[in-house]
Design a protein. Structure first.
Lengths: 157, 714
């Protein structure tokens, strides 16, 4: 069976030893110790496990580490720079757009991808793009608000 | 009845509203306490049962035996660090913040200076569990008492130091200073060299809500940043040195027994251990991938037993009901119905639903010799500890449960099955083991919110006053079973059933079902009496607070000032539960071409006494409504032959971004009333408000929850 010995995460190369078919999510969490990315369903339905591969949001639970090995992966841990939160993180914090916080990493990563494509999304666009992300605590309206705040903050800077 | 394949079961405490806390011996002895804490000042809260023994012993040193039956305690270290210990657990309801506010309010320190240690059976005093909206009315009040006493102790220490009267001193922002002098001393300095402990009894003075400066304000979540960066460690994020990964081989159906097992392939895999104890089969492997692969390679044969399906569920519940007990009886139903101008009998049905917290059940178990430590997500850390003690014949000293702030629970994480499974696997391999349930396991092997059948028989007089109210709930539960309306003739009964599916608590539990049935029925009665549904409710209510909530919701919503456009409808519903008064108005639009129902607008007015954290409360009210949308509109567990047939997020629809209406929370801040819990009750008004709005839009009355799992049929 093919083994994968390294992946690129948050700008760094990490030595690993994993079966190529193992999920990217399990390798991130269990081998590299980046537990900010969450398991929610394993069926690509909740997006708690969202990470960026070359800037594109993917389900790390359904992506094998073999598929991810030649890509630049960004996780929630890679967003803040020098202790300063990414504008999307800051907006989620300011809007208190979370309750238990378990969906938050996936929400933030998906929102980062959205604002990268569309720096000024309207509410309908936000809802459509975020449709795959589940928040069981029901903080959706605050998440929409946070994404708008982040868009405004990013436009300014 | 289908609990056979689950290793250990417990009676779900909330279902029958267990209120009494057990008498309990506090575990840490004084030497451990000094070792753990160092010196300083400690204040212990004594629960009422301990008072008899502890009376006359309000102050004691660290070198004396600790009192028993402690509810919580607070410690101010020699460095001034304030640490508060409570057995409550945080799972998104924001009590880590609201309890911190309570302490800050009375201790007169900044919120950021306080650390809460929660849900750790070794460090925190016994707590029955975090459920029933009890944290705010009990623990919040208790911690305020504890903090107020701690502040007084510090003031006394300063008074002694300066040889002045306590009355001449004041505590402000972590410092005691003279009212009319220049001397100041901070809490750290006062705590230095002390080993002073104080026990708090009832009736310690508290700052009234009208004078709150920290409580009552929108303090942001105290550890919020850690959730933004991924640093916060949820139970499923815990990692231990040498940790392995577990996976359970589940029975083919509920109650099935194992007849044969071929695990040769799995055993041949490197690093894999197969664990079999009776019908329990699990694997342990060096990675999650290898554990899943090994479990999949096991061939197990199961003998199934006949099981009911959801197609016959409601007949089953009625035919398997035990004799109901009269929860309440008044006057004579016969006379009440005889004097009615309009009579109505109707039956309502409630489906099983799943909590589906986004973080599934997870546990990391570690044995050191005979001592077990388990990190897990639970609303009942001490309940899980007790299950582990029983399962492995451990003493309390040898069994520690730690509950990191957890990824959602909603009443669904009361039990310890995942902790027990992880501990079994860990014991078998002699290494720490992590077990995280899959979503499918969560949908199948966790427990459900009870299904139910509710029958109402009622009468209303020509004057629009209720004359008779008979209410029977089969299985779903007795929470909020009583009507808040004033009816002279009543019979209220709860009929327990041996449920075909394993069932337990849920956000507001049976109150959602009982509110749905009652408030839908009230709407029909208003229609029969030719009255506006709001006016009809107000006319039949005596509770001023509930009347106020209905009026506040209706006013903010525009109940009387706006008219629904064609194809739209307005609905209202509300009630009283767990110390809170709620009223919700909803506007729906029904698309006649396809029967799709869209909830457009929701207004919820909520009175839970003095508001502790307005922004946190808004978050809870909106969240409760969104979670409630699922149960109201489309969530229903489907099952047949002992299997769940829609146990994935692809098949079991939960509310998503596109489902979310505009939601307006209206806070009724009653500073003259004690604070009640707020995580549950705001969910109660939504389902009937939507059902009544559908009736208003279409004239069609739907008496089942969910209302429109497949759209509105013509």
């Amino acid at each position: 069976m093919a083994r994968i010995t390294g992946i690129h995460v948050n700008g760094k190369h990490h030595a690993i030893d994993a079966d190529a078919e193992a999920s990217l999510l399990s390798v991130l969490r269990d081998q590299i110790g980046l537990t900010g990315t969450k398991f929610g369903c394993g069926e690509g339905q909740c997006r708690a496990c969202t990470v960026l591969a070359e800037g594109k949001p993917i389900h790390s639970c359904l992506t094998s580490v073999g598929e991810a090995a030649d890509k630049q992966i960004t996780t929630i841990e890679g967003l803040a720079k020098d202790g300063k939160l990414h504008p999307v993180q800051q907006a989620f914090l300011d809007a208190e757009a979370f309750q238990c916080g378990y969906c938050t990493s996936g929400m933030i990563m998906t929102a980062v991808a959205l604002l990268d494509r569309n720096p000024d999304p309207d509410e309908k666009t936000i809802r459509q793009f975020m449709q795959g992300n589940i928040c069981r605590c029901g903080t959706y309206p605050r998440i929409i608000d946070a994404i708008r705040r982040a868009a405004a903050a990013m436009k300014k800077s | 009845m289908n609990k056979g394949s689950i290793p250990v079961t417990v009676i779900e405490p909330e279902r029958y509203e267990l209120r009494e806390s057990p008498f309990y011996h506090f575990e840490i002895d004084r030497r451990d306490f000094i070792k753990l804490m160092g010196g300083g000042v400690a204040v212990f809260l004594l629960l009422p049962k301990a008072l008899a023994q502890e009376s006359g012993r309000r102050g004691f040193g660290f070198n004396e035996p600790l009192p028993q039956n402690i509810g919580a305690w607070l410690h101010i270290g020699e460095d001034g660090a304030v640490t508060v210990y409570t057995g409550k657990a945080e799972m998104g309801q924001n009590i880590r913040t609201s309890l911190t506010q309570a302490v800050a309010e009375e201790l007169h320190v900044k919120v950021g200076a306080i650390q809460l240690v929660m849900g750790d059976t070794q460090l925190t005093p016994f707590d029955m569990g975090t459920f029933g909206s009890r944290t705010t009315p009990t623990m919040n009040k208790q911690l305020r008492r504890v903090a107020a006493v701690a502040r007084n102790v510090l003031v006394e220490l300063a008074a002694k130091r300066w040889n002045v009267s306590s009355a001449d001193l004041v505590a402000v922002n972590g410092v005691v200073r003279e009212r009319n002098g220049s001397r100041t001393v901070d809490y750290a300095e006062l705590a230095q060299g002390q080993t002073l402990a104080r026990a708090v009894v009832e009736n310690e003075p508290l700052t009234p809500a009208s004078e709150w400066t920290v409580a009552g304000t929108s303090v942001p979540k105290v550890n919020g940043r850690a959730f933004m960066t991924g640093e916060h460690l949820f139970p499923s994020d815990i990692r231990r040195p040498g940790m392995m990964f577990g996976k359970i081989v589940r029975p083919a159906s509920y109650g099935a027994t194992l007849t044969s097992l071929d695990d040769r392939k799995a055993r041949a895999m490197p690093g894999v251990t197969v664990v079999r104890e009776g019908d329990f089969v699990g694997v342990v492997a060096p990675s999650e991938f290898e554990a899943a692969r090994a479990a999949a390679a096991i061939r197990a044969e199961w003998k199934s037993i006949p099981q009911p399906s959801n197609a016959e569920l409601f007949d089953y519940l009625k035919s398997h009901a035990e004799q109901g007990r009269a929860d309440y009886e008044a006057g004579s139903m016969k006379e009440g119905l005889a004097s009615a101008a309009h009579r109505l009998s109707a039956t309502y049905t409630i489906a099983y639903i799943q909590h589906a917290p986004l973080e599934p059940r997870a546990a990391v178990a570690e044995w050191q010799n005979d001592k077990l430590t388990v990190w897990t997500g639970s609303q009942r850390p001490f309940g899980v500890q007790e299950e582990l003690e029983q399962a492995f014949h451990l003493t309390k000293d040898n069994c520690r449960v730690i509950v990191p702030d957890t990824g959602g629970a909603y009443g669904g994480k009361h039990t310890g099955e995942c902790a027990i499974e992880a501990a079994r696997l860990a014991r078998a391999v002699g290494r720490p083991v992590k077990l995280v349930w899959t979503r499918e396991e969560e949908f199948t092997w966790a427990y459900f919110r009870p299904a139910g059948v509710i029958e109402i028989n009622s009468g209303v007089g020509a004057d629009g006053l209720l004359t008779a109210w008979e209410f029977h709930n089969y299985n779903s539960g007795a929470a909020a079973i009583r009507t808040p309306y004033d009816v002279p003739n009543q019979l209220i009964q709860f009929h327990p059933v041996n449920s075909p599916l394993r069932q337990g608590s849920y956000r507001a539990l049976a109150a959602t079902a009982n509110h749905f049935a009652r408030e839908s029925h009230m709407d029909d009665l208003a229609h029969l009496a030719s009255m506006d549904p709001l006016d009809f409710r107000l006319k039949n209510l005596k509770s001023e607070r509930l009347k106020f909530a209905f009026t506040a919701a209706a006013t903010a919503f525009g109940w009387k000032t706006r008219k629904p456009p064609k194809g739209h409808g307005f609905g209202i519903g509300g009630g009283f539960e767990k110390g809170g008064y709620v009223a919700t108005c909803a506007e729906v639009a029904v698309d006649p071409s396809n029967g799709n129902v869209h909830v457009l607008r929701v207004t919820t007015a909520f009175d839970c006494g003095a508001v502790v954290n307005p922004d946190g409360l808004r978050n809870q009210i909106v969240g409760a409504n969104i979670m409630g949308l699922g149960g109201a509109l489309f969530e229903a567990i489907e099952f047949s032959n002992g299997r769940i047939t829609n146990g994935t997020f692809a098949q079991y629809r939960v509310p998503r971004f596109s489902d979310v209406p505009e939601i307006q929370p209206v806070l009724i801040d009653r500073k003259d009333q004690p604070s009640a819990g707020a995580g549950e009750t705001p969910i109660c008004g939504l389902a009937p408000a939507i059902g009544n709005a559908i009736f208003n839009a279409t004239g069609k009355r739907i008496r089942s929850m969910p209302l429109v799992p497949h759209g509105l049929k013509a």
